[in-house]
Design a protein around this ligand. Structure first.
Ligand SMILES: [Fe+2]
Length: 272
C-alpha cells in the first residue's frame, strides 16, 4: 500500500473510490486507507469479511473506515461536487445473498429491503450533483455471457452473476434521476482458464455508464520490467461523465498504458 499511497498522492485525484476485496480480512490496507490524505469512499467486498461468520472482522473494519465506508449510505464532496452512494457491502454477486457477517452488523433484510436502503441513500444526494453508485458487485442486467461485465466465467453455463438488489434500486432511482456512473469490482477482468478478457464498460440507454474496475492483480511488470499499477480512471465535466479509461501507471505517476473506454470533449479526476 505504501507504493499505492505514493502514487495516489502524486496524482492528487479529486476522490478515490475503492471497490472492495481489499484483503482476506487483514486490517493493514483498511488502516492505510484511513490515513490516506484524499477524499475516499469505500465499499467492502466479500473477501473483506474474512472467514469470520460472527461479523467481528467486518465490524472492526467498518469502525476503522467510519464515514469512508458508504455501504447503503451516501458520501459527498463539495469541491468538486460529487455524491457517491454505496450499494450492499460484501456482496459476492449471484443475485442476492446476505452473509452472516453482514447480517450480524446490519440486521436481516430481503432483496427489496436492501434496494430500499440504496434508493434512500440516493434520494439524499443533492439533485444537481453528479451521482456515482459504488458497489462491490455490479447489477444484474448487464449480460449473461461469460465476457459480460458481471458474467459467471468459472462454471458453465455462463450466467448473469450481478446483484438483483442493485438492479432494482437503479430502476427506482432512475424514476427520479439518472446516475452518471455505477462502478464496481468483484468480477475479474481476466477470465478463468485463459478464456480471454471481460467487457469492462457498458453505457445503458439512459446514459448511465457501468464500469468494472476489477483488474487483478493491479500491480505487475510490463515486458520491459517496469513496475505498473492499474487504476480505473473517470473524469467529469459540468456534472457529466466526460472520460473513462483503464490506466497503468509507472511509479513516477506517468501513464505507461491506457485503454480508453469513453471520451467526450473535455475532462477531471477519480481513480477507482
Ligand atoms: Fe469479491
Amino acid at each position: 500500500m505504501a507504493d499505492d499511497r505514493d502514487l495516489l498522492i502524486q496524482l492528487q485525484p479529486d476522490a478515490v473510490l475503492f471497490v472492495g476485496d481489499l484483503s482476506d480480512g487483514d486490517f493493514k490496507l483498511v488502516k492505510a486507507i484511513q490515513q490516506l490524505p484524499l477524499p475516499v469512499a469505500v465499499i467492502l467486498g466479500n473477501h473483506d469479511r474474512g472467514r469470520d461468520q460472527t461479523g467481528e472482522i467486518l465490524s472492526r473494519q467498518l469502525k476503522l473506515l467510519g464515514e469512508r465506508h458508504c455501504g447503503w449510505g451516501l458520501r459527498q464532496w463539495r469541491s468538486p461536487h460529487v455524491a457517491v452512494v454505496g450499494a450492499r457491502p460484501c456482496s459476492s454477486g449471484g443475485g442476492f445473498y446476505l452473509s452472516s457477517a453482514v447480517e450480524a452488523n446490519f440486521g436481516p433484510m430481503s432483496v427489496n429491503d436492501s434496494a430500499d436502503r440504496i434508493v434512500e441513500a440516493a434520494m439524499k444526494a443533492p439533485a444537481q450533483w453528479p451521482l456515482v453508485v459504488l458497489a462491490h458487485s455490479g447489477p444484474t442486467g448487464l449480460g449473461s455471457d461469460m465476457q459480460s461485465p458481471c458474467g459467471r466465467d468459472w462454471k458453465a453455463p455462463a450466467i448473469d452473476w450481478g446483484d438483483q438488489d442493485l438492479a432494482i434500486a437503479l430502476d427506482r432511482i432512475r424514476k427520479h434521476r439518472v446516475p452518471q456512473l455505477v462502478v464496481f469490482g468483484h468480477m475479474h477482468h481476466e477470465l478463468k482458464r485463459g478464456q480471454g478478457c471481460r467487457q469492462t464498460f457498458v453505457q445503458d440507454r439512459f446514459g448511465t455508464v457501468f464500469l468494472n474496475a476489477a483488474c487483478v492483480p493491479r500491480r505487475g511488470l510490463d515486458p520491459s520490467g517496469r513496475e505498473l499499477c492499474h487504476l480505473s480512471w473517470v473524469e467529469f465535466v459540468d456534472g457529466q461523465l466526460s472520460a473513462a479509461s483503464h490506466r497503468w501507471f509507472l511509479p513516477d505517476a506517468s501513464v505507461a498504458y491506457e485503454q480508453t473506454l469513453f471520451q467526450s470533449s473535455k475532462s477531471t479526476v477519480m481513480p477507482c
